[in-house]
Design a protein around this ligand. Structure first.
Ligand code: TYD
Length: 179
């Protein structure tokens, strides 16, 4: 935790309604004139958004799971140092749509890359972890239906149901650990 600011992340499976809740919460804080920074992962800075495009491009079917782990971590390393840490030091409230828990759930559980995801990301986050995380707990069966009807088809969303079930189990384990 960096003294001054507050770091809040939103997590959940694809189609869980997370981004809607994120926007509603941001509007609530804006109306009350809090100094907030809205950001997302993967992304949030120019370099991190470029990495995002590589990660989510449906054409990149040959991407190895370890490459994916490292690209998410690289995007995060830049995001933390260029945007999140400086904003917290200025005393701002940083709202982030997804952060480290997404890598644990999607790459650790979904891609079955295990504990190396946590270890690699220790370097990426550089000691900066959310003060509060909201987990939108919606079963992936329902989330997938919502996404398909919204026409969302990035490389992660195209994964099979088994993958999304493993991600959901990862989130459930995390919410038990951090309850
Ligand atoms: P996005 O369109 O932002 O999805 P959502 O609206 O559901 O947040 O795409 C981000 C995708 O990347 C999403 O499927 C989750 C995945 N992801 C990971 O696999 N690992 C990560 O570390 C992060 C931050 C996201």
């Amino acid at each position: 935790m960096i003294p001054g600011g507050i770091f809040i992340s939103f997590e959940g499976c694809d189609g869980s309604g997370k981004s809607t809740q994120f926007r509603l919460f941001a509007d609530y804080l804006k109306e009350r004139h809090y100094d907030i920074v809205l950001t997302r992962e993967p992304g949030g800075t120019g370099i991190s958004e470029q990495i995002r495009n590589v990660i989510l491009d449906p054409a990149n079917t040959e991407m190895h799971p370890m490459t994916e782990v490292l690209l998410f971590a690289a995007s995060r390393a830049q995001h933390v140092r260029q945007l999140i840490q400086p904003s917290l030091l200025e005393g701002k409230i940083v709202l982030c749509d997804r952060f480290l828990d997404s890598s644990i759930a999607y790459q650790g559980y979904g891609r079955e890359q295990g504990d190396c995801v946590r270890i690699i990301n220790e370097y990426a986050v550089n000691g900066t972890l959310p003060d509060i995380t909201f987990f939108l707990d919606l079963d992936p069966v329902h989330g997938r239906k919502r996404n398909i009807s919204a026409g969302k088809t990035d490389r992660m969303e195209l994964e099979l149901m088994d993958f999304h079930n493993r991600v959901y189990n990862g989130y459930k384990d995390l919410s038990r650990i951090y309850k």
